[in-house]
Design a protein. Structure first.
Length: 191
């Protein structure tokens, strides 16, 4: 039955209310307009589309062709843990300053995750030589270290030699040279 161009005078009763065919035409037009509005606000699966406002995703979006930020900043980025992770400016700046770091356990075990340390030797009691993978540009670099010693006896340390290729740290107990359970070392400077 064609509706367009015809006039209906017969009423239909739905849920106790009278409706005329013209009422149904209005209802159909309103439903189509509502559907068009919902479709226009949906995020398209393909093609270009500008999406405004804050959108929350239940999983991480995947950008198959890269992500052009249009000069906008990416914020709230965590420090990287994998080689391909994004990094904040603050994280990169710190990495630029700290050239070497490591955790050494007696006698010469270098922990995983150490950076720019080629090795450690313990030539005599209390003396540790930390060698760098990359030489420093001058001997004017800074070294910071901390001792890890669980025994009751206190250990004191000092830097006794510093070259382009290594630093020597010597530890003592109250009266003589003494080994430590381990130490941490960080070096800052130009390489």
């Amino acid at each position: 039955m064609a509706i367009t161009g015809q006039t209906f005078t017969k009423a239909f009763v739905v849920a106790g209310q009278k409706f005329y065919a013209a009422d149904f035409l209005v209802l159909i037009a309103e439903m189509q307009a509502l559907n068009d509005e919902v479709v226009s606000e949906a995020i398209a699966n393909a093609g270009n589309q500008s999406v405004g406002g804050v959108k929350t995703f239940s999983s991480v979006p995947v950008f198959s062709a890269g992500a052009n930020m249009g000069s906008a900043k990416v914020t709230a980025v965590l420090d990287p843990t994998a080689n391909q992770d994004a990094a904040t400016k603050a994280y990169v700046d710190i990495q630029e300053r700290i050239k070497c770091w490591g955790k050494i356990t007696h006698p010469t075990t270098l922990s995983t995750g150490s950076q720019n340390i080629s090795g450690v030797t313990n030539p005599v009691t209390g003396k540790y030589v930390v060698s760098w993978d990359t030489n420093f540009a001058s001997e004017d670099y800074s070294v910071v270290f901390s001792t890890r010693h669980v025994a009751a006896a206190t250990r004191f340390g000092r830097i006794t030699a510093q070259t382009l290729t290594s630093v020597t740290i010597e530890f003592r107990s109250a009266s003589s040279a003494a080994n430590v359970d381990g130490f941490n070392v960080i070096a800052f400077g130009a390489q």
